[in-house]
Design a binder for this molecule. Structure first.
Ligand SMILES: *[C@@H]1O[C@H](CO)[C@@H](O)[C@H](O)[C@H]1NC(C)=O
Ligand SMILES: *[C@@H]1O[C@H](CO)[C@@H](O)[C@H](O)[C@H]1NC(C)=O
Ligand SMILES: *[C@@H]1O[C@H](CO)[C@@H](O)[C@H](O)[C@H]1NC(C)=O
Ligand SMILES: [Ca+2]
Ligand SMILES: [Ca+2]
Length: 371
């Protein structure tokens, strides 16, 4: 394994230490945000205030919310499948990128700055296993995790058999384990498969793998600015793609972690692992799962020093060691990874294929086959 691939563990470690220091914590609704001072915010956006019982209400509505957006049969299903091959038009405009109230200041979420974006197209959905398989069938492409022979997997997802075979572990971040044979076709190691998850996001793809797929599809990765602009769905200064409340009307709008992190994943949003890329309501631009479900790679190099000056189609630092990923994942909980907000960001080396990394593609104009 390349040494650079350990950066994931470094990030997890930093979070873990701060998490230990700041005490355990639970979800707060968006309205409560800002009430706490800087002092109660850990590196992971951790706070010590308690939840207000919203989870119970959310549980009541989660099935309905999910069923509504996953038509089982008939024209609704056909339409969803059709849309799966399409991209959303994102009108050009000016938006406020980042935030002046960073939940995780050291991630460089701040300052807020005005950014102009040219019109472009964005995949409505995360790239699914089925789409990635089409690419692999057509090109014979071998992902980096397949070539390296391993990838990091969340312990709670592993079988006892796989776990007993692992002797190398990261003592301070025990829930991430390097698993031999884990890759996009075997997300939890050799004894797992994607057979019944073809409509779920492809995982264990590196930045290089994502670029290869998008290029093959006549597309490209979005810049971080394009990603964040499309995440916001036309809303200004909101935490999430749909607004400021995590569970408006008690409904789940994203696949993240419910329960005590990292020991008790209750799956109140309907999913303990990944959800179909068509699950949950779309945002104002018709994008699904832009936060939650799989992390999403962007094209930019990572940097945390942003000018407050207005910019036009910014592309991040000209060079670096890590690439920006956005949107958090089904593993994210506020106590540890409050990164399922549009302004939030994190990083990985381009060759990292850690378990929850996925992507979607963007394009300046629609590829011919989609017209
Ligand atoms: C990829 O190829 C395999 C073997 O020929 C086939 O079974 C599978 O359906 C193909 N996948 C897609 C998405 O076309
Ligand atoms: C997990 O959390 C749920 C809801 O809080 C609780 O009912 C359940 O007992 C917990 N399970 C474990 C193993 O702690
Ligand atoms: C941050 O960026 C500004 C210009 O955008 C530059 O003047 C300053 O030196 C940079 N600071 C660091 C620590 O890189
Ligand atoms: Ca979930
Ligand atoms: Ca996502």
């Amino acid at each position: 394994m390349a040494a650079s691939r350990h950066s994931l563990v470094g990030i997890v470690f930093t979070c873990w230490v701060l998490w230990l220091r700041s005490g355990r914590c639970s979800e707060r609704s968006g309205e409560e945000r800002g009430a706490g001072g800087e002092a109660d915010r850990g590196a992971c956006g951790c706070t010590t205030s308690r939840a207000s019982g919203g989870e119970a209400v959310a549980h009541k509505y989660s099935r309905e919310a999910n069923v509504f957006h996953q038509p089982e049969d008939g024209p609704g299903r056909a339409k969803a499948k059709e849309e799966g091959r399409q991209m959303a038009f994102i009108p050009g405009g000016v938006f406020t990128m980042g935030t002046d109230e960073p939940a995780i200041p050291q991630d460089g979420e701040w300052p807020s700055r005005r950014v102009r974006i040219d019109p472009f197209f964005m995949d409505r959905y995360e790239v699914s296993n089925a789409e990635f398989e089409k690419f692999v069938n057509a090109t014979g492409y071998l992902t980096e995790a397949e070539r390296f022979g391993d990838s990091f997997v969340f312990e709670g997802m592993l079988s006892e058999e796989v776990k007993t075979g692992i002797h190398q572990a990261v003592a301070v971040a025990p829930w991430w384990l390097p698993v031999k044979g884990a890759n996009w076709k075997h997300p939890e190691g050799p004894d797992s498969s994607i057979t019944y998850r073809m409509d779920q996001p492809v995982l264990h793809v590196s930045w290089n793998d994502a670029v290869a797929f998008c290029t093959w599809a006549g597309k490209r990765l979005p810049t971080e600015a394009e990603w964040e602009y499309s995440c916001r769905g036309g809303l200004e200064n909101r935490l999430f793609p749909w607004g400021n409340k995590l569970h408006p009307n008690g409904q789940h709008y994203a696949n993240i972690w419910q329960g005590e992190f990292p020991v008790n994943n209750t799956g109140e949003d309907g999913y303990k692992g990944t959800a179909p890329v068509t699950a949950f309501p779309p945002n104002g631009y018709g994008l699904y799962n832009i936060v939650g479900n799989a992390w999403e790679w962007t094209s930019d190099w990572w940097g945390v020093n942003h000018s407050a000056d207005a910019t036009y189609n910014p592309k991040g630092p000209p060079t670096g060691t890590d690439r920006v990923k956005k949107g958090g994942s089904y593993m994210c909980h506020k106590s540890y990874c409050y990164r399922y907000r549009c302004a939030a960001r994190s990083q990985n080396t381009p060759d990292s294929s850690a378990s929850n990394l996925g992507f979607r593609c963007a394009a300046d104009s629609l590829p011919d086959y989609l017209k």
